[in-house]
Design a protein around this ligand. Structure first.
Ligand SMILES: *Cc1c(COP(=O)(O)O)cnc(C)c1O
Length: 385
């Protein structure tokens, strides 16, 4: 049985949408981009949606719009895809990591509160002697694996300390937290559409916000800094080419019209996995918080008991044709991060523990029950050997 790690969920209608675009001369900044953006406003109720060419680009624009710059401090999680921290580094800001909740892998709101109160205590090793002008500006939580972070608790800290909240919802399109959409829970929310995400545009991202001024600024930055009224060669701001193309936007708009179906299929696959793996000794399945009123399944990450060597298990599963991937390698231990900030083992024990025990197994909305059962069977066999 050939089982891929992930697969996009594409229909003939999605493919036709791309063909429709390439039969016209407008391949960028046309009506499909507008349609794609509108789909996010209708889904989430956000006032503005700005489509860009990656989730990383979206996060970067939020950092600019929040006025986060060189030396500014932002509380965030080391248990994430690196883009959430890199967006800060692009502007010379400093990620202040705090550890995560062991149940979900999301940033621990109590540690966020502690960091906001005692920022000196949480500075990275290489900067801890530097005092002076550094000021805490924002919190950047990540909705890890499709489950929203505990955003009420995080927003309370933000309110108390006057901080902006940028919600990295790149893994959580369509998830809800106490009935409210992921991405709408802070001032800014960002989604991403690489082919392993819930919906895909090949490459792409969307920012949502209800802040008019920030939205206009981000639209300008996306388009080489051209403000409304600027001609093609006038650039009010230092901007970027973060535009999405029309082919991607058309595919995305078509995918968005089926979002509920796409997410439901992923929920079904997650339910099959739950049924197939809950009884397997030594394997822990994902924990869902009561405040998560809908999980938008991004990846399916199981955890092995401490007695099982995850890396050896990964090799055995690969050898039997099951592709797997460790999730995540902690950000503070990535080589460039160690060089910049002096991160060490044991800085964030919960993050490191999950990073050592977690393994993403094949997951997508197009998996069949037979494929899921087969993966569960092989895992069961290898674990009991
Ligand atoms: C996918 C993802 C992003 C953005 O990825 P791009 O490849 O730039 O679209 C950002 N943050 C997290 C947590 C992600 O999973």
């Amino acid at each position: 049985m050939n089982i891929p790690m992930s697969s996009p969920d594409l229909t003939d209608a999605d493919r036709q949408a791309v063909i429709n675009v390439i039969n016209t001369p407008i391949l960028s900044m046309g009506k499909y981009t507008v349609d794609f953006e509108k789909a996010f406003c209708s889904l989430t109720g956000a006032k503005h949606a700005i489509a860009v060419n990656s989730g990383t680009a979206g996060l970067h624009l939020c950092v600019r719009a929040a006025g986060i710059g060189a030396g500014d401090l932002v509380i965030t999680t080391p248990f994430s895809f690196v883009a959430s921290s890199n967006a800060l580094l692009f502007e010379g800001a400093i990620p202040i990591f705090v550890d995560i909740d062991p149940k979900t892998g999301n940033i621990d709101p109590e540690l966020v509160a502690d960091a906001a109160k005692n920022i000196e205590k949480h500075l990275p090793r290489k900067l801890s002697k530097v005092t002076g002008q550094r000021s805490l500006k924002a919190i950047l939580p990540v909705d890890v694996f499709g489950q929203p972070a505990d955003m009420d608790a995080i927003n309370n800290v933000a309110k108390e300390h006057g901080l902006t909240v940028i919600e990295d919802s790149c893994e959580a399109l369509g998830a809800t937290y106490n009935g409210k959409h992921a991405g709408t829970l802070g001032e800014f929310g960002v989604f991403a559409f690489y082919p392993n995400k819930q919906i895909t545009t090949g490459e792409g991202g969307v920012i949502i916000t209800s802040d008019d001024k920030a939205a206009h600024f981000m639209r300008a930055l996306r388009n080489q800094g051209r403000a409304p009224g600027d001609t093609w060669l006038q650039h009010t701001h230092l901007g970027y080419n973060y535009r999405i193309d029309e082919m991607s936007a058309a595919m995305g708009a078509s995918q968005m019209s089926r979002l509920n179906e796409i997410l439901s299929k992923r929920e079904q696959v997650a339910a099959w996995y739950k049924a197939g793996l809950s009884q397997v000794e030594g394997v822990e399945i994902p924990f869902i918080e009561p405040f998560t009123t809908r999980t938008s399944w991004f990846v399916y990450v199981i955890r092995f008991d401490k007695k099982i060597n995850r890396d050896e298990m990964a090799k055995k599963l690969e050898a039997r044709g099951i592709p797997v991937r460790p999730y995540f390698l902690p950000i503070h231990l990535q080589p460039y991060m160690v060089e910049m900030f002096g991160g060490c083992e044991d800085d964030f024990p919960v993050t490191e523990d999950l990073g050592k025990r977690g393994l993403a197994i094949p997951f997508s909305g197009v998996m069949t029950k037979e494929q899921v059962d087969y993966v569960c069977q092989i895992i069961g066999e290898e674990v009991s050997k």
